[in-house]
Design a binder for this molecule. Sequence first.
Ligand code: AMP
Length: 417
Amino acid sequence: MIQAPKGTFDIFGNKAVSYRNLEGIIHDLCVRFGVTELRTPTFEYTELFHRGVGETTDVVQKEMYTFSDAGDRSLTLRPEGTAPACRAYLEHGMGSLPQPVKLYYISSFYRAEKPQKGRYRQFQSFGTEYFGSTDPAADAEIIALGWELFRLLGITGVELRINSIGDRECRLKYNTELREFIGSQLDRLCPVCKERAATNPLRVLDCKEEGCKRVLNDAPDILSTLGPDCKAHFGKVLGFLKAMGIPYTVDSRIVRGLDYYTKTVFEYISSDLGSQSALGGGGRYDHLMETIGGPSVPAVGFGIGIERLLIALEAQQAEQAAQIPPVVFIGAIPSQTNFAAGLTHKLRQSGISAQWDISGRSLKAQMKAADKSGARYSLVIGDDEAASNSATLKEMATGEQTTMILDKLTEFLTRKV
Ligand code: AMP
């Protein structure tokens, strides 16, 4: 038996309904916020992620699905959506449109991670990216968009944790302080942290090891090294959040795993998710566009995992029914299956959800299937019904019967839907 690859899964039945409903809610929400959809290719040139996500990140170092095509070009299944969105913005000259350009996507992403609950090798993410505004209002609006999604879905217990990691100058100053601190504690840190201390010290703050966390409690606080501009920016973001009634916790340990962030960074944390507790996260990335070869375009965005949203939803409410019961089930004796096929098809063309037997079952078994399907009405086509073009419609719940000309059936059922 060939199975789906490790860390991937099929979506069908109730799960497919949950995905579709969730996607519908996200599309409607983005219309309300004036954000338009972007669809990018499943794979990109590998260089885009090397430059855009950063050479020192786990994603680029360990998690990408990279392959060469027949022309020996290196391609990578997209591990995230921000770098492709920037590439699309540049490629289509979106800089000449009225700014900010506000884009969103619901796409599949691919990362060769160790699978566990809430962490897969193919997953879906809802992302938004606002391009062309340096204003803190853009940061706040993006955060509010994610927050509004949780409210609409009825997901409670989400905590917004927010931080500022400053601009390049603040970071340079902070990295020096942090390196000094890490240097003095090196023997108490895990091997990964030791390695990161040299390449990307900020990432040390991200370590989930309990021992490292204890050591890092005493690390210098990045918020105290922010310059006046970054401090003012952060203050304004928090001010907008207050004005919108969005509660937050300032958490100077939030740094995010990717290299491109500047100033605001945030995560939405849910207590229903276990160890993979981040429902989503994002931040400002004012220099990414230059990194991939474009002009300077300020930007801010987030990614929220669809599977993690569904886990949080499942933890809080019953699943939705996959099968919407048909309005009518049409049974037929073996000699009248053509008649039943024609009638069912005509009803469906008129927008009525109808079922008939496509398994060659006996009339008795068909009526059992009608019962199981949850249909509101059933009717049986025998030779008399076909000859007179009329039949007796039975309301399943009450047993009430109505005989009618079949030409009137569509009209009758339409009124009942
Ligand atoms: P990131 O780009 O790493 O910030 O991811 C954005 C969001 O996507 C995370 O907060 C998760 O909700 C989701 N996510 C990231 N990686 C995975 C994964 N391997 N499996 C499932 N969801 C993921």
